[in-house]
Design a protein around this ligand. Structure first.
Ligand SMILES: NC(=O)C1=CN([C@@H]2O[C@H](COP(=O)(O)OP(=O)(O)OC[C@H]3O[C@@H](n4cnc5c(N)ncnc54)[C@H](OP(=O)(O)O)[C@@H]3O)[C@@H](O)[C@H]2O)C=CC1
Ligand SMILES: N[C@@H](CCC(=O)OP(=O)(O)O)C(=O)O
Length: 416
């Protein structure tokens, strides 16, 4: 089947899917969770093959870790699908309504988007997570995972298919995996505008550039995370240390990990050396500006390009700034609109940062690592939007709907 055929099948399936009741969708999700559990051994076996091939091809340990489905991750995946089944169904929700002087009742009602396609990294849990979020929100899913995870994705898809097959009202096309691993196939998906209502590309700059160049379908870009943490001079020092260490070291390879630390100049001598010692003892390489190197001589000199680098590793750029305004200006210049944080006791400074920082999510007195659908209460996420329309930050069920106007009259006719 060509990519266009896959998309056509999904579009045809949508007419059945958009009308499914919440109870039917939840029953399907619970069966999907059970099928993943029942096929756990086969999925892990397929994943072993992907992991072995990745290792043989010299793929980095961080990427191999992301590709690996451990027993714990499988359990997390199953439980995430069950969580989605428990979440409220956004479809049909009336978000607002009002009556016009002529008696017309205007309601704004949530409805599914249609066929949602996702191109994503070598993280096979995403296959089932995206399928579950799309189905719960009444959408069909077309999945284009990384070629590196193909065997695992096929095994996950087989499990999902076995669950879908148990539901007569649900056509097989509701969730489709593209099995052609080529970049040409990905481009065909980007151009399938007759059948795809939304494409979510989640990945690095090369993918995003390709989408920006080739896509004719509507997109929500889920791009890189050059995330910042700013420590204000009003910060509680212990909280500042805890947030900094967590944002950098808890999982350095993910898009919500901190890449640059911005520190108010009043903290440069007293607080900064201590936290840099702690980061260094956790294996973090520090690249600092002149002030950082003065107070902590072990730092490597940061170059201009460091401010724009998403390391996805145990490397951190550190800059000392005169005030919150300079921190905001730095983020305006170098940020990727993914997630930024401030640690401050001064509420006015915190409010200013939250208001003026142009990013998908702003975290006050907590870590950028919370930029995640699960942590936001969405069960999981389709990805983390780094654009402004139609959603910013983690994409959950509500963001997989659009709002339609339904206007109730009693025979009114317009005169002018
Ligand atoms: N905002 C978000 O939600 C997320 C952002 N990211 C970001 O992604 C980056 C890391 O991801 P990484 O592992 O590098 O993933 P990549 O960007 O390399 O790959 C992601 C997917 O895009 C495909 N792809 C890559 N380049 C192209 C292209 N030119 N044309 C068509 N398809 C393409 C890949 O296919 P194949 O592998 O088969 O080549 C894969 O399926 C980081 O910047 C991270 O912050 C990651 C996850 C979520
Ligand atoms: N949701 C993630 C972050 C986004 C993500 O999937 O990033 P990546 O590890 O680059 O695939 C988390 O913090 O768990």
């Amino acid at each position: 089947m060509t990519v266009t055929d896959v998309c056509r099948t999904a579009a045809e399936a949508w007419s059945a899917v958009k009308g499914l009741t919440t109870a039917r969708k939840n029953a399907l999700l619970l069966d999907m969770a059970a099928a993943i559990e029942d096929n756990r051994a086969e999925i892990i076996l397929a994943n072993d093959a992907d992991v072995a091939a990745a290792r043989a091809n010299g793929v980095s340990a961080t990427l191999v870790d992301r590709l690996t489905l451990t027993e714990r991750r499988m359990t997390g995946l199953v439980s995430a699908i069950r969580t989605i089944a428990d979440l409220p169904d956004p479809v049909g929700q009336v978000v607002e309504g009002w009556t016009r002087p002529n008696g017309l009742l205007i309601e704004r009602v949530r409805e599914p988007i249609g066929v949602v396609a996702v191109i994503y990294e070598a993280r096979p849990n995403v296959t089932a997570e995206v399928a579950a979020l799309c189905l719960k929100s009444g959408n069909c899913a077309v999945l284009r995972g990384s070629s590196m995870a193909m065997a695992t994705n096929k095994a996950v898809m087989a499990a999902l298919d076995s669950a879908i097959a148990r539901h007569d009202a649900v056509p097989a096309g509701v969730v489709r995996l593209i099995t052609d691993p080529s970049r040409e196939a990905a481009k065909e998906l980007m151009r399938a505008k007759e059948f795809v209502d939304l494409l979510v590309p989640r990945g690095g700059p090369e993918l995003i550039e390709s989408v920006e160049r080739h896509a004719t379908v509507p997109t929500v870009i889920d791009g890189a995370g050059n995330c910042h943490v700013y420590i204000d001079h009003s910060a509680d020092p212990d909280m500042a240390t805890a947030v900094t260490v967590n944002a950098k070291t808890s999982r350095p390879s993910v898009c919500n990990a901190m890449e640059t630390l911005l520190v108010h100049e009043e903290l440069a001598r007293d607080w900064l050396p201590g936290v840099l010692d702690e980061l260094a003892s956790a294996g973090v390489e520090i690249r600092g500006d002149a002030t950082v190197r003065e107070v902590w001589p072990k730092a490597v000199a940061a170059r201009e390009e460091d401010w724009g680098t998403e390391y996805l590793d145990l490397v951190l750029a550190v800059r000392v700034v005169p005030d919150v305004g300079a921190a905001i200006a730095h983020i305006d210049r170098w940020g990727t609109s993914n997630a930024e944080a401030i640690v401050a006791r001064d509420i006015d400074v915190a409010r200013r940062f939250a208001r003026e920082v142009d990013s998908g999510s702003v975290f006050v007195n907590t870590s950028t690592r919370y930029s995640d659908g699960g942590e936001f209460g969405y069960g999981v996420e389709i990805g983390v939007s780094t654009q402004k329309l139609h959603i910013r930050g983690p994409i959950g069920l509500t963001a997989l709907t659009t709002v339609k106007n339904v206007v109730w009259g009693t025979g009114q006719t317009r005169v002018v």
